[in-house]
Design a protein around this ligand. Structure first.
Ligand code: HQG
Length: 179
């Protein structure tokens, strides 16, 4: 497959595994797993035809490792980014002293007032490196990178999860922890 084909399947997988499996009449379990054989069949039935080997290539080559298989590759899920209400089975993990969030200037006033909110997703997404945060913010315009005092949050009892692709997730970041 060429890069465009891979990207197109990856975007489609993000849509169905994070937001709307109903689009192809697919069911996810409580932890977000889909049956691979059913996924391939339902994608095909909805005009997106690709093989198991091609699915493996999409998962393997994904720049952000957005998807994971279970051990015997009979199931697949998105590692993070859900808007669907998925029960988190990710490890609760102590964060580093600082984490970063990439956004854009037009949201900063609201974020300073009400903190970082999960908006349409299940968690606020944070990253341990500034460069990634710049890229995340850059999806929406000139990026603004906010530093989060995650160590202090942790000591104050807030919970952080680390996804398999190294995205830090938490429920919300109150404004006093943002600098
Ligand atoms: C903003 C991508 C106003 C927040 C990325 C963001 C990430 C507020 C937007 C993942 C706010 C939500 C998630 C408040 C937060 N008032 N705006 N109180 N609190 N916001 O897409 O972090 O490439 O849901 O700054 O790499 O941008 O898809 O979150 O701009 O990991 O794999 O509201 O999505 O991953 O937007 O991105 P999103 P995000 P993928």
């Amino acid at each position: 497959m060429n890069d465009n084909q891979i990207k197109s399947i990856s975007k489609f997988l993000s849509l169905i595994l994070r937001h709307s499996p109903d689009t192809i009449r697919l069911q996810l379990d409580t932890h977000g797993w889909a049956d691979v054989a059913t996924l391939l069949r339902q994608c095909h039935a909805h005009g997106k035809r690709f093989s198991f080997a091609e699915l493996e290539e999409v998962v393997r080559s994904n720049d952000k490792q957005r998807f994971e298989f279970n051990e015997d590759k009979t199931r697949i899920r998105a590692n993070q980014g859900h808007s669907l209400n998925i029960e988190t089975d990710l490890p609760v993990t102590a964060p580093p002293e600082f984490l970063y969030h990439g956004t854009v200037g037009r949201f900063v006033g609201a974020i300073r007032n009400s903190g970082l909110q999960k908006m349409n997703r299940q968690h606020v997404h944070l990253t341990a490196d500034r460069h990634t945060a710049e890229q995340v913010g850059g999806r929406r315009g000139a990026p603004v990178v906010l530093s989060v005092r995650s160590g202090d949050m942790h000591r104050d009892g807030y919970t952080f999860f680390l996804s398999a692709n190294n995205v830090w997730l938490t429920d919300a970041v109150p404004p006093q922890y943002i600098q």
